[in-house]
Design a protein around this ligand. Structure first.
Ligand code: BES
Ligand code: ZN
Length: 886
């Protein structure tokens, strides 16, 4: 029985039989052969349904304690289960309603304490709502009793519930593990009745939510350590790959005491296991005491893993371990507050990585990875508030999006900055202590932080969490004798242009202001709580610049008067503006251009001012925006001209970096080199292309193996400018690769190939046995983002294979990701209509909002192209005739 969509109520508990730490329940590992019919969700082909009415579970009967015995069969992919739950009937009833998905109940009974069993006579499954109603022939009276249920189910291949995960042993044999995904050792002895069975008993857990239960049955190796605060930490890896668990082990062992200290609450269990699962839909899942990961989010090979993988592993470990407190010890009251879990973990994972790896400069990367991503999505009319009402289970999948994660993390970062670290920590401790082993809502956190800081947290934060969007702050300045007078006004920022309409939403915006006197220090901090405000900055000389949003922490965009902007631009060229401020300035201008508030040509000119830029993250954001522009201009006949522009912008830094690491270089240099060479190679920069081909040849011939950090850019470059032979070599490298990281690296660049036949070959490959089910999405997405032809081919492929793809992910968030990656790049009005029409006849309830966002983006792209294509073209042509002096 799985309760992924269940109310995350901690009124439930699991009884863990037997001794030591590791989780719960009783597992019987056996070989039986019963195969049962699987209950499938009905996939209607009718028009998109209205939001389905949905009710939370009735409170008349509630569980006190679960004891669960499971007997998985890894040959037949079935399992048998016995549940024995202590329950309390709070109100007399003859029905028990519970969550249930994809299992068949054989028998069910309820025995009031000290009384006879009453057998349920009916099991009424409401499959769409993932519920079952047990009907009893007589009334269950108030009081406690025991609910017993025998059930069977299938170990499915959908990466949900209790499922099977395929893996290959070191000798090449295909085997299966049984794994759980419910969000949505041990005492071993032979089983008394059957010598072929092994019984594994697990200890009892604290009171916890059912979506955090996990168990894995399979063959794994592990590495182990004890953290400074005495917790036993293990990282489980595929057999023969224990070494690859060492990096994550080190991170986890450092992270546990860090959180213990930050929250001032110890880790609540005696042990934690981290395990790499071959077939895994999400990136990782925070099950209490047994965190499950995709292999690529946990395993690091010293030779074959690249720097960005290490960083990713560190972030994911930091994220999931934070949930052990924030999410597991205290669980959100309902899915409306999911953002609290995910937004908070997505913020604190950076704090943790900054602690473990200060050299990563990870907070700057937060801005390019989360903050700007959130603003992009949240500027759409089809965005949603952070706190969103959630009814039906299909709506839960829908909110695992950039609003809950990235906007959630961004507003917490703003809040942390507004409160200050000391009071923030104090408030966190109050919240976790007060609500431990209970449920909490967003307001509960605000209350604790308000008590700790004495600031109006609930009033400020509700403007950010209860309404969608964020403000654009317009600012102009006037020199008044020795002072600078600033006039600020706020209006909602819309991706389609200035906000029109009467009741413009308003935010309470913590604003910081810095000047060139000390670019790293806020000269003034204010809370903007009205539509318009004037502020006076004392003693600012006329030649000094003034900037808003120091550190790009406030969740707003800024539009400066032309005079103010003019004065800031030299700070980009001479690097006197801090990196994260340079990044923010460029990103604001880019989005203003996209919204039609300024001209795109103005932004291209600003981009040219980054000639001296040394910072990886600043480049990464610039590169991302140039990528968006390239995709847009692939709809025109001057695509080549924008590639020339890319080459001009990136070649000075490319030359400075060269191909080989210099002594003393670190993590960020490695990331920067990969980014710049990839960008130049993709744009067809001649010298880069030649060197990439040479190094690729040496790599393939085994003369000189490419360093892990250079593989992605080299693969991408040779594929994009290569032929069928290059693709075949890449596919061969894919087949030979032992590490999933290497397979993924190759899968992600395959879409760069340009020839129509090869594009088709890549799409077919995406659905083949060679690609793990969770990775199909990035292969098809890569094709859509790879070229103009690829975009069309990928869309056609999705339409042609819709049933298989939908069925593969059973709705779920991967289908939303697939749709987004595949259709967002279109820039012709009629494509929005085509996409909409397709999904009207092929509904995907959990992706409904994503589809609306995609259609909106297509229309925005089309409008942008109509508005600016001509002037961009003219600028690029004129610039080629007389290149700007560097
Ligand atoms: N709780 C989520 C996992 C999850 C996601 C379960 C979607 C069900 C549906 C987990 O804590 C998480 O956020 N995982 C992230 C990785 C993280 C580092 C951002 C993921 O899977 O992408
Ligand atoms: Zn999470």
């Amino acid at each position: 029985m799985w309760l992924a969509a269940a109310a995350p109520s901690v009124a439930r508990r699991l009884l863990f039989l037997g001794s030591p730490p590791p989780p719960l329940l009783l597992l019987l590992l056996s070989r039986s052969s019963r195969r049962r019919r699987r209950r499938l969700h009905t996939l209607g082909l009718a028009a998109m349904p209205e939001k389905r009415p949905f009710e939370r579970l009735p409170a008349d009967v509630s569980p006190i304690n679960y004891s669960l015995c499971l007997k998985p069969d890894l040959l037949d992919f079935t399992f048998e289960g016995k549940l024995e739950a202590a329950a309390q009937v709070r109100q007399a009833t003859n029905q028990i309603v519970m969550n249930c998905a994809d299992i068949d109940i054989i028998t069910a009974s309820y025995a009031p304490e000290g009384d006879e069993e009453i057998h349920a006579t009916g099991f009424n499954y409401q499959n769409e709502d993932e519920k079952v109603t047990l009907s009893f022939p007589s009334t269950l009276q108030t009081g406690t009793g025991t609910l017993k249920i025998d059930f069977v189910g299938e170990l499915n291949d959908k990466m949900k519930g209790f499922y099977r995960s395929k893996y290959t042993t070191p000798s090449g044999e295909v085997r299966y593990a049984a794994v759980t995904q419910f969000e949505n050792v041990i005492d071993r002895k032979p089983y008394p009745d059957d010598e072929n069975l092994v019984e594994v008993k697990f200890a009892r857990t604290p009171v916890m939510s059912t979506y955090l239960v996990a168990f894995v049955v399979g063959e794994y190796d592990f590495v182990e350590t004890r953290s400074k605060d005495g917790v036993c930490v293990r990282v489980y890896t595929p057999v023969g790959k224990a070494e690859q668990g060492k990096f994550a082990l080190e991170v986890a062992a450092k992270t546990l005491p860090f959180y213990k200290d930050y929250f001032n609450v110890p880790y609540p269990l005696p042990k934690i296991d981290l395990i790499a699962i071959a077939d895994f839909a999400a990136g990782a899942m925070e099950n209490w005491g047994l965190v499950t990961y995709r292999e690529t989010a946990l395993l690091i090979d010293p030779k074959n893993s690249c720097s960005s993988s290490r960083q990713w592993v560190a972030l994911v470990v930091g994220h999931e371990l934070a949930h052990q407190w924030f999410g597991n010890l205290v669980t959100m009251e309902w899915w409306t507050h999911l953002w609290l879990n995910e937004g908070f973990a997505s913020w604190i994972e950076y704090l943790c990585v900054d602690h473990c790896f200060p050299e990563y400069d990870i907070w700057t990367q937060f801005v390019s990875a989360d903050y700007t991503r959130a603003q992009e999505l949240d500027a759409l009319d089809n965005s949603h508030p952070i706190e969103v009402s959630v009814g039906h289970p299909s709506e839960v999948d829908e909110i695992f999006d950039a609003i809950s994660y990235s906007k959630g993390a961004s507003v917490i970062r703003m809040l942390h900055d507004y409160i200050g670290d000391k009071d923030f920590k104090k408030g966190m401790n109050m919240y976790l202590t007060k609500f431990q082993q209970k449920n909490a809502a967003t307001e509960d956190l605000w209350e604790s932080l308000e008590n700790a800081s004495g600031k109006p947290i609930a009033a400020v934060m509700s403007t950010w969490t209860k309404q969608m969007g964020f403000p654009l702050i317009y600012v102009e300045a006037e020199q008044v004798e020795d002072d600078r007078l600033l006039r600020l006004s706020q209006k909602k920022f819309c991706a389609s242009g200035p906000y029109v309409g009467e009741d413009c939403p308003q935010w309470m915006v913590p604003i910081t202001i810095s000047t060139s006197e000390d670019p790293n220090q806020a000269k003034l901090k204010i809370l903007m709580d009205k539509p318009e405000m004037s502020v006076v900055l004392k003693n600012v000389k006329p030649e000094q610049w003034v900037k808003l949003n120091l550190g790009t922490v406030g969740f707003y965009r800024t539009q400066y008067s032309s005079a103010m902007l003019e004065s800031l631009l030299p700070g980009i060229r001479d690097l006197s503006l801090p990196p994260v401020d340079r990044l923010g300035l460029q990103n604001d201008l880019f989005s203003l251009a996209r919204a039609g508030i300024i001209s795109t040509v103005e932004v291209l000119k600003v981009m040219e001012a980054f000639v001296n830029e040394p910072n990886y993250t600043v480049w990464s954001d610039l590169s991302c925006n140039l990528g968006i522009l390239s995709t847009l201009l692939s709809h025109t006949d001057f695509y080549e001209e924008i590639q020339e522009f890319v080459k001009d912008v990136f070649s000075p830094i490319g030359e400075r970096l060269g191909w080989d690491p210099k002594p003393g270089e670190g993590h960020l240099d490695a990331l920067l080199r990969g980014l710049v060479l990839g960008k130049l190679g993709k744009a067809g920069h001649k010298a880069t292309l030649e060197e990439a081909r040479r190094r690729f040849k040496d790599h393939v011939e085994g003369k000189q193996i490419l360093s892990a950090d250079l593989r992605s850019p080299v693969y991408l470059t040779v594929l994009k400018h290569g032929d069928g032979t290059t693709l075949d070599i890449m596919l061969k490298l894919h087949k030979q690769a032992d590490m999933q990281e290497e397979k993924n690296r190759i899968e992600r660049v395959l879409g760069a190939t340009l020839l129509p036949d090869l594009i088709q070959k890549v799409l077919t490959f995406a659905l083949s046995e060679e690609v793990r089910p969770q990775d199909t999405v990035s292969v098809i997405g890569g094709v859509a983002g790879g070229s103009k032809h690829g975009r069309k081919a990928a869309w056609k492929f999705i339409k042609d294979n819709w049933e298989e793809l939908y069925n593969r992910y059973q709705g779920g968030f991967l289908i939303s990701r697939l749709i987004k990656l595949s259709v967002e790049g279109f820039a012709v009005d009629k494509m929005a209509g085509e996409v909409k029409a397709f999904f009207e006849s092929h509904p995907a309830p959990s992706a409904e909002r994503t589809i609306q966002q995609c259609c909106e983006n297509i229309l925005l792209n089309a409008a942008w192209l109509k508005r600016d294509a001509e002037s961009i073209h003219q600028y690029l042509v004129q610039r080629k005739a007389s290149p700007p002096a560097v």
